[in-house]
Design a protein around this ligand. Sequence first.
Ligand code: AMP
Ligand code: MG
Length: 326
Amino acid sequence: MNVSLGTDSNRAAELLRAGGLVAIPTETVYGLGADATNVDAVVKVFTAKGRPTFDPLIVHLGSVDQLPTIVQAIPAAAQKLIDVFWPGPLTLLFPKKSVIPDLVTAGLESVAVRIPAHPLALELLHSVGIPVAAPSANKFGSISPTTAQHVADQLGDAVDYILDGGSCSVGLESTIVSCLAEQPEVLRLGGLSVEQIEAVVGEVFVKQASSDPGKQADESNAQLAPGMLKRHYAPSTPLVVVDSLAEINLNEDDALLLPWEVSNIPENLERVVLSERHDLNECATKFFAILRQLDASNSNRIVAVRFPEEGLGRALNDRLERASAR
Ligand code: AMP
Ligand code: MG
């Protein structure tokens, strides 16, 4: 496998302009970027990921000034969120202009847009000057990549260049918010907490995906609930989620994924504690890398203890539920 990996944002920009695929470091997870206005380049993203075309892509910009070139209007609530949280782990929906091909939005009239906060991503997006469509740089449905090596391991030479920006600082995908209706709605929990969003725009709806299996996205209803796939972010080792270890019979070949230390765990079990200091942000930063590590270990089952339903704990629990779905 001949993977090209480095920190040359000019080279990355040239490849993007030429219709190539470049993996981009962001503060959330690594993205697999292509020129969002070039259908042939966008096709390559879906192919490399094995991603179904009913699942729309997020478009990344380097500056808010570019927004009017791809969207028809900026809802007032979206503007407030932009002012506070961009660049950052927040994706917003806008009515799209025709310069964004239907393939990018899976035929939807709206386009999802974000300005990432990672310095190297911003450097690249500024210098390339075109909108960049970039879903997570992994195979569809599997664990999201939070290092350049994760991308190399999974996508290898399907990518023209991997821009290496180190480990992702947030570690969870962006929070997706729609301000297209009267009341803002969180479509996907992610790296910006609901509390932070509500502090700016007041109460928001939160779409409950995993609790409503009848409304999961698939080819027939993707338009209603894009990105709401029940099984996602999944290791190949079976994963079960519990509120407390007391509710399950542990086996000796289980591996434990714990927010923080708990008492009375059998000594011999493999375990990973995400944050000694009970910090949900630290849990998020490490989450996908540790999930990968446990998946690669010899355990037959990963037993994960749920996070408190606050701050990034909500998004982490969402990822656990989807990782555990069969
Ligand atoms: P990712 O795979 O992390 O790039 O996230 C892409 C997700 O963004 C999709 O799975 C959708 O959930 C969401 N998304 C992208 N575009 C739209 C859109 N126009 N409307 C609603 N959700 C969208
Ligand atoms: Mg993804």
